[in-house]
Ligand binder design. Structure first.
Ligand code: NDP
Length: 280
C-alpha cells in the first residue's frame, strides 16, 4: 500500500516557517502585503478569495481586499492594478480568475508588475521559469515540487508523465521537473494510447479535471502519483483525476484528494508573498 503524501501536514509545516519569517520581517519594519482582487460574484471565486485572506491573516501577512462589481470595466481594473503596482505596502498582487467577459484576462495579468506577480502568471516570469532563472513559480506546480522534495524523491533520470498541458499547472510543472533532470512527457486530450504512456511513468502528475480518468491499473508498480485534479461529484464529494484506491494499491506514494495538492497551492502563494517582501 502506498504512502499517503499528506499535503495538509506539509502545508502546515511551511506555514509555521512562514509565520516565523513574517515575525522577522516585521522586526525589520516590513509587513508583507498581498492585494487580492475579486471582480464579480462567482461563488467558487469568493470561497477561494476568503480562504486566501484567512491564510494570510493566519501567518501575519497583511491582506488588502478589493472587491469590484461584475460591471467593472477593463480600464477601471487596469487603473487599480497600476495603483497597487506603485503601492509600497503591497508585495504581491493576486487577481482571482476567471474575470467577467468584458475584461481581457491576458491584458490584466500582463499589467501586474512582474515584481509583484506572486501567482507567477506574467509572461516575463513564465519566460524566466522556462530558461531556469529565479522567478515567482506558479503556486500549484510549485506545491507539487515541494511535496516531491518533502518525500525525498529525486527526479533526476526518472520518467515523469504529466497529464494536462494548461498554462497554470501542466506546462509549468513539466518545466520544473525537466529542470530537476527528469525525462518528461506531456499528455493532453489528443494523446494516443494514454494508458500505455502513463504505464511507463515513474511519476504521474495528473492535472486534467476529469474525475478518476486515470485508472489504477495504468500505474506502474512503485510509481509516485501526484493528483492535482479537484472534481466535485454529487453534492459534497470531491475526487481527483486518479482512481485513488486502485492506484494506491500499486503506487509507492500518492496524494489524496482532498488534502493533497490543494492545501499546498495557497501555502505557496503565501510563500511567494513573503519572498517578495524579503526582496524589497
Ligand atoms: P484545464 O482545463 O486548463 O486543462 C486540462 C488539461 O487536461 C488540458 O491540457 C486538456 O487537454 C487535458 N485533458 C482534458 N481531457 C483529457 C483527456 N481525456 N485525456 C488527456 N488529457 C485531457 O485545467 P487546469 O490545468 O486548470 O486544472 C486541471 C485540474 O486541476 C482541474 O481539476 C482543476 O480543478 C485542478 N486544479 C487544482 C488546483 C489545486 O490547487 N489543487 C489548482 C489548479 C487546478 P487539451 O489541452 O488538449 O485540451
Amino acid at each position: 500500500m502506498a504512502t499517503i503524501i499528506d499535503g495538509k501536514a506539509i502545508a502546515a509545516k511551511i506555514r509555521n516557517e512562514l509565520t516565523a519569517a513574517v515575525v522577522g520581517l516585521k522586526a525589520r519594519g516590513v509587513i508583507p502585503g498581498l492585494a487580492v482582487v475579486l471582480v464579480g460574484e462567482d461563488p467558487a471565486s469568493k470561497v477561494y478569495v476568503s480562504m486566501k485572506e484567512k491564510a494570510c491573516t493566519d501567518v501575519g501577512i497583511f491582506s488588502a481586499e478589493h472587491k469590484l462589481s461584475v460591471e467593472t470595466s477593463e480600464a477601471e481594473l487596469l487603473a487599480l492594478i497600476a495603483k497597487l503596482n506603485a503601492d509600497p505596502k503591497i508585495h504581491g498582487i493576486l487577481v482571482q480568475l476567471p474575470l467577467p467577459k468584458q475584461i481581457n484576462t491576458e491584458k490584466v495579468l500582463e499589467a501586474i508588475s512582474p515584481d509583484k506577480d506572486v501567482d507567477g502568471f506574467h509572461p516575463y516570469n513564465v519566460g524566466r521559469l522556462m530558461v531556469g532563472k529565479p522567478t515567482f513559480q506558479p503556486c500549484t506546480p510549485y506545491g507539487v515540487m515541494v511535496m516531491l522534495k518533502e518525500i525525498g524523491f529525486d527526479l533526476a533520470g526518472k520518467s515523469v508523465v504529466v497529464v494536462g498541458r494548461s498554462n497554470i499547472v501542466g506546462k509549468p510543472v513539466a518545466m520544473m521537473c525537466l529542470q530537476q533532470h527528469a525525462t518528461v512527457t506531456i499528455c493532453h486530450s489528443r494523446t494516443k494510447n494514454l494508458a500505455d504512456v502513463v504505464r511507463s511513468a515513474d511519476v504521474v502528475i495528473a492535472a486534467v479535471g476529469v474525475p478518476e480518468m486515470i485508472k489504477g491499473d495504468w500505474i506502474k508498480e512503485g510509481a509516485v502519483v501526484i493528483d492535482v485534479g479537484v472534481n466535485r461529484v454529487g453534492e459534497k464529494k470531491l475526487v481527483g483525476d486518479v482512481e485513488f484506491a486502485a492506484a494506491a494499491a500499486r503506487a509507492s506514494a500518492i496524494t489524496p484528494v482532498p488534502g493533497g495538492v490543494g492545501p499546498m497551492t495557497i501555502t505557496m502563494l503565501l510563500y511567494n508573498t513573503v519572498e517578495s517582501a524579503k526582496r524589497r
